[in-house]
Design a protein around this ligand. Sequence first.
Ligand code: SF4
Length: 296
Amino acid sequence: MKIGAGMTENHLFRLFTRPEEFGELNSLLRTTNSSLRTKEVNLEPTPKKRIFIGLLVLTCLILSFFTFLLWYVPLVGLKNIHSSLPFLYSLILAIFVFFMFSGGLLLIFTVLRGKDILFSQRLRGIVAKILFPFMILMGKIVGVSKEKVQQSFIELNNHLVRSNHHRTRPGRLLLLLPHCIQDFDCQIKITGNIKNCEGCGKCEIKDLIELADQYQVKIAVATGGTLARRIIVENRPEAIVAVACELDLTSGIQDTYPIPVIGILNERPFGPCINTKADIQKVKKALVDFLEPSLP
Ligand code: SF4
C-alpha cells in the first residue's frame, strides 16, 4: 500500500489526534500528491553506532578547544588578582578535560566490548541527558541527518543497557507498542486494552500478544508520548522493550531514564504512521535479554 492510495482526508485525520498535525500532513499531501501516490517511502532503519562515536570524538575535540580558550584568556588577568589563581584555574580545567576524555573513552570501550566496564548505568544517563543534544548539534555541523543521529543514539543506548545485564521478573517487564502497528482498517479499539484484539492476523498485534503471553510480560499500545508516560506510571515497569519510530524512541528513552529501555525501530513499508511493522525476532531477543536466564 502506498501513501495516498485509497486514503481520504478522513482516513488521515484518524491518524492524528492533533488538528495541526493533520493540517501539516494535508498541505504536504497537496503539494506532493502525485509523487506520493507513486513513490514508496523507504525508511529502512540502518542505525550505526559509529556515527555517535564519531560525533562524540568531535565534541570532545571542540570542547577541548573552548576549554583551552577558557584557560588561556583569563590566565593573564587572574595573575593580577592573586599569584596562585592561574594554577588553581588551570587545575580545574585540566580535571574537566580529564573527566571528559575518560568518560568518552569509557563509553567507546563499553560499546566496543559489549560489557559493563564501569558505570554503564551512569553513562547511559549522561548520553541520554547531556551528550545526545550535543550530538544532534554536531551532526548538523558535519551534515549528518537528525534521523541518523537518533538511530545511532538508540543503538548506543541498547548496547549500554545490554552491557549492564539488567534482569527483571516478567511481571515487571513492559512491551510498549505504537498504535500504527495495528492494521489501518481494523475497527477494534486496542488502546486501553490490547487484549481486545481478535487475533485475525492482518497485523502483527496478534504475534506480539502471543509473544507477550509466551513470556508472561505486560503489553500495551500507546498513541503518543502522553499515553506512553501514563502507561509507564500505571504499570511501574523495571524494564521496557519499546517499538517506535526514531523520534518517539529517543524521547522515550530520555524521559524514562533511569528505567532501562531497549528500543526497536519499527519498519515503515507504507510510510510513517500507517501499517508499520516490528521485527518479531528482535522484540523476542530484547525480552529474553531482560528476563532471568532460568525463564523460557
Ligand atoms: S490482529 Fe488484532 S489488531 Fe490486528 S487487524 Fe486483526 S484484530 Fe485488528
